[in-house]
Design a protein around this ligand. Structure first.
Ligand code: UD2
Ligand code: MN
Length: 221
């Protein structure tokens, strides 16, 4: 939150919604003018995969209940994002995704899409273009709503068949974006991971996922 306040839409109206099963641990951060924060308490799970994939349903519900009436644009971001440089209006568009930092040089047949036809997230080896990170999904509220609702429905169909896509909601997001192209693609500058070395092509890291002690923060391996 502190790094977001330094870099994320500074000078614009921002309403953060933080989803957590530990609301009492959200620190009291001094927010800039026009910025506000609402903590949303959510149930826990004994599987991290369930926590991450449930975000589609939470986003769908948040848009239905609040954002349709209060926002033009929305970004859904991983909670472990830390900001190092400006993230501003250049990121806005009808539908916005970010290239995953681990796969921007990977040939498409090696991209980690879901490859089992039984899953709704299935992408055949002959298809695909970019590999999008699940940590960033944004755009106009109505367009993001369509993504969240569709992915939630596809996740439900998979769950009913007891199949979980290779990378949970990220796999379903990749399927959605393949056939419903985002209008704007953010470079991995906006979605970096701290354990990756910074290659020469990437001049600025704007947002980065912190290194975490998985044994401590995840309920299961
Ligand atoms: C860089 C990037 O694109 N990262 C994606 C990647 O993993 P990551 O390695 O970035 O996963 P992660 O541990 O950050 O989990 C994804 C997010 O799910 C939430 N969470 C997760 C675990 C938990 O116990 N509680 C909780 O709230 C939280 O917002 C977290 O940031 O794959 C995930 C799905 O498999 C998501 O698509 C992530 O966005
Ligand atoms: Mn993350």
């Amino acid at each position: 939150m502190e790094s977001a306040e330094q870099n994320y839409f500074v000078g614009f109206h921002v309403h953060y919604y933080i989803f957590t099963d530990h609301p009492e641990e959200v620190p009291d951060v001094k927010l800039g003018q026009g910025h506000q924060l609402t903590v949303m308490t959510v149930g826990s799970s004994n599987r991290w995969q369930e926590m991450t994939l449930r975000r589609m349903e939470r986003l769908e519900k948040l848009i239905e209940s609040r954002l349709v009436n209060e926002a033009d644009y929305v970004f859904s971001l991983d909670v472990d994002s830390k900001f190092y440089a400006r993230w501003g209006v250049e990121t806005l568009g009808r539908l916005v995704g970010a290239i995953h930092p681990g796969y921007f040089k990977t040939q498409r047949e090696h991209l980690p899409y879901e490859r089992r036809p039984e899953s709704q997230a299935f992408i055949p080896y002959s298809d695909g273009d970019y590999y999008y990170g699940g940590a960033v999904l944004g755009g106009a509220v109505k367009d993001v709503y369509e993504v969240a609702k569709t992915c939630r429905e596809q996740l439900d169909i998979d769950a009913a068949k007891s199949i979980e896509a290779a990378w949970q909601e990220e796999s379903h997001l990749n399927k959605y974006f393949l056939y419903n192209k985002p209008s704007k693609l953010l470079s991995p500058e906006y979605l970096w991971q701290a354990h990756l070395p910074q290659p020469k092509e990437v001049k600025i890291i704007r947002s980065c996922h912190v290194i975490k002690n998985y044994a401590a923060v995840r309920p299961n391996p």
